[in-house]
Design a protein around this ligand. Structure first.
Ligand SMILES: NC(=O)c1ccc[n+]([C@@H]2O[C@H](COP(=O)([O-])OP(=O)(O)OC[C@H]3O[C@@H](n4cnc5c(N)ncnc54)[C@H](O)[C@@H]3O)[C@@H](O)[C@H]2O)c1
Length: 282
């Protein structure tokens, strides 16, 4: 089962898995363009009813792997919309449905982002904890997202939602390892660097144009990532090749995070959201 399957990384993953002979259930706002999928479902991941309808009436009762890839860049979306699609939808459907549906030996893998790095720093984790609370259902999360926005002036841009959602989903992966291990299911995340997908135009807009984006985002590889680079990493994590991997946050960035951690390139990703917002306001 793959969300966001109509475009970018998830479309490439759909192609890889169909080629390998998998039965793929594709989910997106529009039908999957990939020939050979088992079924394509149109659903809106910003809407709890749409997710409930998908799981209760259309999807199978059992499946081997879930790939939560759908997302918004947060450039043309509000803070709340970005949080909802990138985070709330994944937490909700995982807690509400995946525990009962994924067969033993199966796997859950989300695409988060290099933008979600440093989630494990204590002061950053403290900002995320209200969102990963197992007791927080869709309505409670929606309230917490609104409250966070209100606390910071009520007009947070979508891109702040992007960072918060990606960091929160990374923490969520770690916090659900034991829950899913109890039923023999692994849970992981792929953290892509900048990738040539449908989202790239939005990121370029945010970074002052494509030339600026490329200058700051190519890293040691000397190029942006391609959707297939992410699809292969996801297929690996979801397969038996990754059979002893759980709680892994896999940087698919050709070493960019390693260079930051080693102090070879400047650390750009370690500020709390409160620090970022305070700097923005000054
Ligand atoms: N492209 C990058 O540089 C980059 C970098 C890091 C992380 N990511 C993450 O990668 C993931 C995949 O994005 P992509 O780069 O392939 O972009 P993309 O825009 O090509 O694909 C995203 C897909 O998500 C779907 N989607 C969005 N909102 C939806 C909704 N409400 N309901 C159902 N489907 C919805 C879109 O229709 C689209 O098909 C996202 O989670 C994104 O945040 C992207």
């Amino acid at each position: 089962m793959i969300t966001g399957a109509a475009s970018g990384m998830a479309r490439a993953l759909t192609e890889v898995l169909v080629d390998l002979g998998a039965e793929v259930y594709a989910i997106d706002r529009v039908d999957s363009p990939v020939p050979g999928v088992k079924a394509s479902f149109v659903a809106d991941l910003s809407d709890q009813n749409s997710i409930d309808e998908l799981f209760t009436t259309r999807l199978p009762q059992e499946f081997g792997a879930f790939f939560g890839v759908a997302g918004l860049a947060g450039v043309h979306n509000t803070f709340a919309e970005t949080m909802t699609v990138n985070y709330t939808a994944n937490k909700y459907l995982t807690d509400a449905y995946l525990a009962d549906r994924i067969t033993t030996g199966g796997s859950i893998a989300y695409v988060t982002s290099a933008g979600g790095l440093r989630w494990e720093y204590p002061e950053i984790r403290a900002e995320l904890a209200p969102f990963t609370d197992p007791a927080a259902d869709w309505a409670a999360l929606t309230e917490r997202i609104e409250a966070f926005n209100a606390e910071h002036g009520g007009e947070l841009p979508g891109f702040v939602g992007y960072l918060l959602s990606k960091r929160a989903l990374n923490l969520f992966v770690a916090e659900r390892v034991e829950t899913f291990a109890a039923s023999g299911v692994r849970i992981n995340a792929v953290l892509p660097s900048m990738t040539s997908t449908g989202m790239l135009g939005d990121f370029a807009e945010q970074r002052g144009g494509m030339d600026n984006l490329k200058a700051g985002s190519t890293g040691p590889a000397g190029r942006l990532a391609e959707p297939l680079d992410m699809a292969r990493a996801l297929a690996f994590l979801g397969s038996d090749l990754g059979g002893f991997l759980s709680g892994v946050h896999l940087d698919v960035d050709y070493g960019m995070n390693a260079l930051e951690l080693a102090g070879i390139t400047p650390m750009r990703t370690n500020r709390t959201l409160a620090e970022m917002l305070a700097q923005r306001a000054s």
